[in-house]
Write a protein that binds this ligand. Structure first.
Ligand code: KG4
Ligand code: ZN
Length: 358
């Protein structure tokens, strides 16, 4: 089965082809991505209308590129997948519209995929990829596992028993971890998206130079709270006066990153202990953060557990994870896809709604 997948939920247009044959791990045949980050930078965040228009401009050239690179004709595509939600309504409609139109023209089924399910399952693609050194020689990823989903819009811990079987263990009660990176980066005068910029500045800073709070770290549950961190950073910045030195800004960036990473890691490791599971998957854009990766890897080792990280390129939004999730759902008998029918998008769509009736 060859799946053509489209991702357009936010500010990345992603298209990918995945091949999934029975008994073999799914393989990525080709993928293409266009990030709108530079376009939105001037506004300090994603402008929904501009995002939709840019998806329209990019999506078909990217699809042609992917088909060309893989040497796959449209007639070879068995299923067309797209991100149904959650995300920006107008942006989602672009991917959905193209996918459903293509499916109708080709006489192939289409499947609307949950964006977070794409993130959750993405490590399976990485582990199957040839030349991926990260997991070589170690146990391959298998269900069940704990997933830490950390993106610009979500921060959740899930127990993943199988494809489509997700149980929410805890989540943020206010801002997402990516949002905390983006908002504090903005306070520090860094560009958008703030996560990578803040992480870069933090590299030459001293995380102990400022004491920042670790909200809910010892709350006993698996929930998060990041809104207070932004206020704490703002308070520190005010004390530093109008133009703090580059060194002090780097120190504050390092302290901010350390505070976010510390809480994320503490809760993720607690989730492993509470569930008794020994595999942790980290997914979503913040999963690209090297500090988070190092802290989780060390913590998991102490527990005798293993952390599975998709490569950084698969952590942020992409079409490959959407094609993969569609392939795995169909292969698991959860969906067959919809033939030439109506389509809809779900800008707000709790992942728990995907869980099959017990
Ligand atoms: O999953 P994603 O690409 O898009 C959403 O679905 O939200 O995540 C984007 C988020 C942004 O908040 C971005 O600042 C953050 O991931 N991010 C990072 C890093 N790379 C991306 N945060 C911290 N460190 C990074 N290296
Ligand atoms: Zn995402």
């Amino acid at each position: 089965m060859i799946v053509l997948g489209f991702e357009s939920s936010c500010d990345e247009t992603g298209v990918a082809l995945v091949r999934a044959e029975a008994g073999a791990p799914p393989r990525l045949l080709a993928e293409a991505l266009h990030s709108q980050a530079a376009m939105h930078e001037a506004y300090g965040g994603v402008v929904p209308e501009l995002a939709s228009r840019d998806h329209i401009r990019r999506v078909l050239p990217l699809a042609r590129q992917v088909l060309g690179e893989a040497g796959v004709g449209l007639a070879d595509v068995d299923l067309v997948a797209y991100t149904r939600g959650p995300g920006l309504a107008g942006a989602l409609l672009v991917g959905a519209g193209v996918a459903v139109a293509l499916g109708a023209a080709l006489g192939r089924p289409t499947l609307g995929v949950h964006h977070l399910e794409g993130h959750l399952l993405s490590p399976f693609l990485a582990e199957a990829a040839a030349g991926d050194g990260a997991g070589s020689g170690e146990a391959a990823l298998a269900f069940p596992f704990v997933a830490l989903l950390v993106s610009g819009g979500h921060t959740q811990l899930m127990r993943v028993a199988g494809v489509g079987r997700y149980e929410l263990l805890g989540e943020t009660i206010d801002d997402a971890a990516g949002e905390a990176f983006d908002k504090t980066a903005k306070l520090l005068g860094l560009g958008y998206p703030g996560g990578p910029a803040l992480a870069k500045l933090a590299e030459c800073g001293d995380e102990h130079a400022f004491a920042l709070p670790r909200p809910l770290k010892h709350s006993g549950d698996l929930d998060f709270s990041f809104a207070g961190l932004k206020t704490a950073v703002l308070t520190q910045l005010r004390k530093l006066g109008p133009s703090p030195s580059q060194r002090l800004r780097a120190d504050l960036a390092a302290a901010t990153q350390a505070a976010i990473v510390d809480v994320l890691a503490a809760k993720a490791l607690r989730a492993l202990q509470q569930t008794g599971l020994s595999r942790l998957v980290v997914a979503g854009g913040v999963g690209a953060n090297r500090g988070l990766r190092a802290t989780l890897a060390a913590g998991a080792r102490r527990l005798g557990a293993r952390v599975h990280f998709p490569p950084a390129a698969l952590c942020t939004d992409n079409g490959a994870m959407i094609a993969l999730a569609a392939a795995l759902r169909v292969r698991s008998g959860l969906d067959e896809g919809t033939r030439a029918g109506a389509f809809d998008v779900r800008p707000r769509w709790p992942l728990e709604e995907l869980a099959p009736a017990a």
